[in-house]
Design a protein around this ligand. Structure first.
Ligand SMILES: [Zn+2]
Length: 286
């Protein structure tokens, strides 16, 4: 078991290294990032594989390029976090590592705790969290589940991953975190969509600042009503809901979404459902 002093020390190390990796690749300390692009930028190829696990960091020794393998079979947000986790094994110089599907807090080794903290800080940097909150006029004590889904969508991470990160960093207390987690993602999606779905749902608002949105075929995106999609053969409008229009990713490729009334625009990059292959080719259409 890791004690609290060790946890704090490891979390500090993780935060420091995640900040220096961000700087090295040219990201500031508050912007969101795409983990697959970042791995590519630092020459650590990522490959999606058809194996039932979370991920693997493959380091065969000097002179052989290290690689990250991610299970194509896991939910989309899980793949994102696992990739950040495996990158942690790389930057901390850990050797060959296999991360199985079951990874629970109670049996954490120091290395696993360290790289989970690294992944969390890399994807959700402290200044990024503050910025995401302040531009939406939110405060931690009054966060509601839909706010959490908006913010987790902006960082490209899962709903519970964001809430656990806010709790771990002391932004919200145990009661608030349990209260938010008490609304399951499934019921939250049901309240937005009016029906129960298992697909990933991204909630995009006008404060979303990423230049790209990654999603896989079958994934859903909620866009404000004044937003348009350039190529509906790739991202098709499905249904209108209270907060805007729901679109479904139907085919791999890249399309642009933009606002009719502002400068806002972003590229939606769609990969095949459970895409297998190198991450750099993930958005090529068939
Ligand atoms: Zn691991």
């Amino acid at each position: 078991m890791i004690n609290n002093v060790q946890r704090k020390q490891l979390a500090r190390e993780a935060l420091q290294l995640s900040s220096s990796i961000r700087k090295k690749v040219g990201y500031d300390s508050f912007s969101t990032l795409n983990i697959f692009d970042l791995c590519e930028a630092i020459d650590v190829p990522v490959r999606f594989v058809d194996i039932n696990m979370e991920g693997m960091y493959v380091q065969m020794g000097e002179g052989v390029k290290p690689t990250i393998l991610i299970s194509a079979l896991r939910p989309f947000h899980r793949k994102v976090f696992t990739c950040a986790h495996e990158l942690g094994h790389h930057v901390f110089g850990h050797g060959f590592t296999i991360d199985d599907v079951v990874r629970s807090g109670g049996h954490y080794t120091n290395e696993e705790f360290l790289v989970d903290a690294f992944g969390s800080y890399l994807l959700m940097p402290p200044l990024g969290i503050k910025s995401a909150m302040s531009k939406r006029g939110l405060d931690f004590q009054h966060l509601d589940p839909i706010d959490c889904l908006r913010i987790s969508s902006s960082f490209g991470v899962g709903y519970a991953t964001l809430i656990n990160h806010l709790y771990f960093n002391g932004h919200i207390g145990k009661d608030k975190s349990e209260n938010l987690l008490g609304t399951s993602l499934k019921s939250l999606k049901q309240s937005i969509l009016g029906k129960s779905v298992s697909e990933t749902l991204f909630v995009i608002d006008k404060h979303f600042s990423n230049k790209t949105i990654d999603i896989e075929v079958s994934g859903l995106i909620l866009l404000p009503r004044d937003f348009e999609v350039e190529n509906e053969d790739l991202l098709k409008s499905k249904t209108e809901v209270l907060e805007g229009m729901i679109y479904e990713a139907v085919s791999p490729g890249i399309t642009r979404v933009y606002s009719r009334y502002s400068e806002w625009s972003s590229f939606v990059r769609i990969q095949a459902y459970q895409y297998v292959g190198l991450s750099r080719f993930r958005h090529l259409s068939d």
